[in-house]
Design a binder for this molecule. Sequence first.
Ligand SMILES: [Zn+2]
Ligand SMILES: [Zn+2]
Length: 354
Amino acid sequence: MTTTICPKCGKDTTILLSGVCKECFFQNFVLAQLPQVLQARLCPTCGARFTRGRWTDEYDIEAVVMKTIEDELSIHEAADDIEVCISPRQLTPHMYTAEVEVGAAVQGEWINANLFTEIRIIRESCEMCSRVSGGYFEGILQIRATERTPTDSEFETCLRIADMTINRMRAKGDRLAFITETIRSKEGLDLYIGSVGSGRHICKTIIEELGGTFTESPSLFGQKDGREIYRITFSMRLPRFTPGDIISIRNKKIMVKHMEKKLTGTDLADGSRFIATEDEISLAKHVGNIRDAVSAVLVSEEEHELMILDPFTFRTVNVKKPLVFSITGDKEILVIRIEDTLFPLPLEKRKNDD
Ligand SMILES: [Zn+2]
Ligand SMILES: [Zn+2]
């Protein structure tokens, strides 16, 4: 075995660690270091923590304390198989102490270190919460309906979608995903949104569910650091007709099922599927809603016809039998009166109805 002389103590040694013998190496070895006093900045409103120059993620206070210690703890680079155990203790709402035990293998020897630190909690509003309280917004979402006012259920759906989308975007890290203000007026709903991205997602999700269209128009709002700041107005138009509306197109009475650019529905005359083009929609007229449907006694059922007791005139009338309709136990069916004509409602068969 070759031996060499330790330049520090002059003894013979078989190995050199960082240029000195093992004894000398461990004499001055410091496994772990931690400042005696640490500061943790956190937002009292949302729990965000300020680290490396920005506000990030959301924690409870204990987790903020742990993260702060983990970030500040430095461990010797020669250490392997490191084990760290942090035991924080709250002294006051503004101060924690913590004992930090570190164990690690260094050059085949197990080394332990016990450290203590004090963590001072600084509570200040994060940039997001101060923007929320300052009424900040980048986008205005104006929800309107074409040639009508949005219904209560549409308002509810829009608000539910907005909340859901905001939560999803926040979880994905968009800290400006918030709604500063919600204004409901006769014409519709205005939502003031923190980030343009979340505004756009809300529009897309509403259209998926309710149909309609939206456009974006930027307007110059001001300048910041030499950059021009724009606010975006999202103009949403919910469709002219909503599911359940009954409309008249080329003398056909159509029950609306879905409307985006095109409209799908059911022809009340026979229960067949109907798809209207944009041109046809522009000529369509609103004539009723399935809410106005009433029960009528079914007198008899032939191959192509139904005989119904008209609940308005109490006379029996023959109507064309729709492809699908439902009869209740009392031999009643739902009918709707449109412009003095009675139509049996072609209700969809549910899957397990057979
Ligand atoms: Zn030595
Ligand atoms: Zn906050």
